[in-house]
Design a protein around this ligand. Sequence first.
Ligand code: NAD
Ligand code: DAU
Length: 353
Amino acid sequence: MTILVTGGAGFIGANFVLDWLAHGSETVINLDKLTYAGNLQNLASLEGDGRHVFVHGDIGDAALVARLLAEHKVRAVLNFAAESHVDRSIEGPGAFIQTNIVGTFNLLEAVRGYWSALPDAERAAFRFLHVSTDEVYGSLDADAPAFTESHRYEPNSPYSASKAASDHLVRAYHHTYGLPVLTTNCSNNYGPYHFPEKLIPLVIHNALAGKPLPIYGDGQQIRDWLFVTDHCSAIRRVLEAGRLGETYNVGGWNEKANIEVVRTLCAILDELAPRADGQPYARQMTFVKDRPGHDRRYAIDARKLERELDWRPRETFETGIRKTVQWYLNHQDWVRNITSGAYREWVERQYAA
Ligand code: NAD
Ligand code: DAU
């Protein structure tokens, strides 16, 4: 038995591949384009492990995908591959349309061709799991209930609009062709291998480098944080037992204002890696220009996943964030290797003002 993971060299995909192989022996074909966000170092511990086959390529290359599916007799596809950073989607939406919409479409077409020619039993057992986001639901008022699976789609950024479009394509392939799909809509992840363009790893990296900790606008925007291995366990569970054609919200019941997240990171760093001058890291906090169209609040109601599939997160925010800071302190080489030329150029453009 073999699964095909797309985007498995990125943050969540790599965590998923490592987690999958720690829980079983089923081979993973890992198809990744290795954009700036893809990093084979995330998978270094799998070197020489025959259960992991890395393929450098694009989900939009339907011929390549068709060949991989047939050659490896794949029984499930898990689609993590995407352009994922909201700020980059504001600067340049084109890549988001190309990968998240056109790429997902080409992937679905290749999968449909393969799946429809499978013998009956294999066709019935096949799964296409699409990894999506809570951002497709738009922004919540302060006192509104958390997003359920029936919340209407109201994406506000080019990133979330492109993910919403891909969710709709996946849904349509189920309704029109009967493709056995599952979709997960998850809240903000954090943990090891998180690329330091995103808030939590950026703040840890900048704090240690003595740089400003940029807080957009008033810092009161709320995100619902989930430790990445909890996301991985939710995906494994949905793949195993999710009802076909259903969507499942995944979240950690951890709503935090951005400023609170940054203060927490500063406090943990004060304890684990105090500044040489004895001053608190919170001194580096700096309010900067807000993100255009910045969504105010996300919150996930994950009760369907708990009720139907008995899934619950294992980490609290307090345990997960401490593990995360410790991981970054222990993996400064990993950070140094990726915060090179192209990364620095992005940071200079994004925070110039
Ligand atoms: P990431 O940016 O860290 O990684 C994306 C990976 O996809 C990279 O390895 C990249 O090289 C690869 N990729 C990009 N375009 C590709 C293409 N055309 N073909 C093949 N590979 C390609 O992203 P992430 O944070 O790991 O997110 C993974 C998925 O989870 C995305 O679909 C994202 O929308 C979703 N998601 C992310 C979060 C989060 O908090 N990070 C939360 C919910 C959902
Ligand atoms: O909600 C799920 C989404 O979470 C995923 O779909 C996305 O792929 C993922 O990138 C993430 O999106 P966010 O925009 O919420 O994550 P980011 O880490 O970029 O920002 C988190 C919050 O922190 C957001 O309100 C913007 C703010 N922020 C971010 C950066 C990079 C700052 O205040 N300063 C910063 O420098």
